[in-house]
Design a protein around this ligand. Structure first.
Ligand SMILES: *Cc1c(COP(=O)(O)O)cnc(C)c1O
Length: 234
């Protein structure tokens, strides 16, 4: 069943790549991050066995629980809002923190990574849809933060993460993803394209639109694993 679902997602990505109307600097290899949140730990093993290499979790505690009982393996992405008091564990647990949404949290990650003797990969999350209740840097705060990146010694800014608005008309997400692509280009000019090469946009309800607009990473849960069980406690 996972194999079928994965084949379907891969096929839809392939179709989206073919529909691109211009060449994108992000290239045409799209990484699928398997979003395993609110699923039991074993689903991570299933995902890795199916050939997926990247897993996404939105809560530090849940990832900690799963990593403690799973054999080592996989590239772990934090995709949910990170609270300051969880940052230390996040730096220990995650290969990449996609949800950097303030200067303060980036300061904190940089300091903790230095203490841990680690270079922490991060993405800057931008609230391109300008949804007041959602996390992510405003486009203005994103620009302000890009001016300060030279001050950080223990984070490597790998790119941009965008979450589109929930909508019944998926076409409405297109301008949001297009804005993400433009901001990614601006960031790449500052950081350099060797380091800054990940544009993480799109989830189950809109990943093909994101790929058409330039995403080279999509974060997909439901389309791979079915509905989440929110009664599951970690
Ligand atoms: C849960 C989540 C996803 C995956 O959502 P699906 O709709 O199940 O694909 C992707 N990105 C983020 C940030 C999430 O929190």
């Amino acid at each position: 069943m996972l194999a079928d679902n994965l084949a379907m997602v891969q096929n839809k990505i392939k179709e989206a790549l073919a529909k691109r109307t211009e060449l994108k600097v992000t290239g045409d290899a799209v990484t699928i991050v398997a979003v395993t949140k609110n699923h039991p730990a074993e689903i991570v093993t299933e995902a890795l066995n199916a050939g997926l290499k990247n897993v996404g979790e939105n809560r530090v505690q849940e990832a900690q629980h799963k990593k403690a009982i799973l054999p080592a393996g996989g590239i772990w992405h934090l995709i949910g809002h990170l609270q300051k008091n969880k940052a230390k564990h996040a730096v220990e647990l995650f290969d990449i923190i996609e949800s950097v949404d303030s200067t303060e949290i980036l300061d904190r990650i940089d300091k903790l990574a230095e203490e841990a003797n680690k270079i922490q990969d991060v993405l800057l999350q931008i609230n391109e849809a300008r949804e007041p209740q959602k996390s992510g840097l405003s486009p203005e705060d994103f620009v302000a933060l890009t001016g300060k990146l030279a001050a950080y010694s223990h984070v490597r800014v790998r790119g941009v993460m965008v979450i589109a608005q929930a909508t019944d008309n998926v076409e409405e997400t297109r301008p949001v993803f297009a804005a993400g692509y433009r901001d990614f280009l601006a960031l790449q000019k500052i950081v350099g394209k060797e380091t800054c090469n990940i544009l993480s946009m799109g989830m189950t309800h809109d990943y093909w639109i994101a790929v058409e607009e330039g995403a080279n990473e999509v974060r997909v849960g439901t389309a791979l694993f079915g509905a989440r069980d929110y009664s599951q406690k970690f």
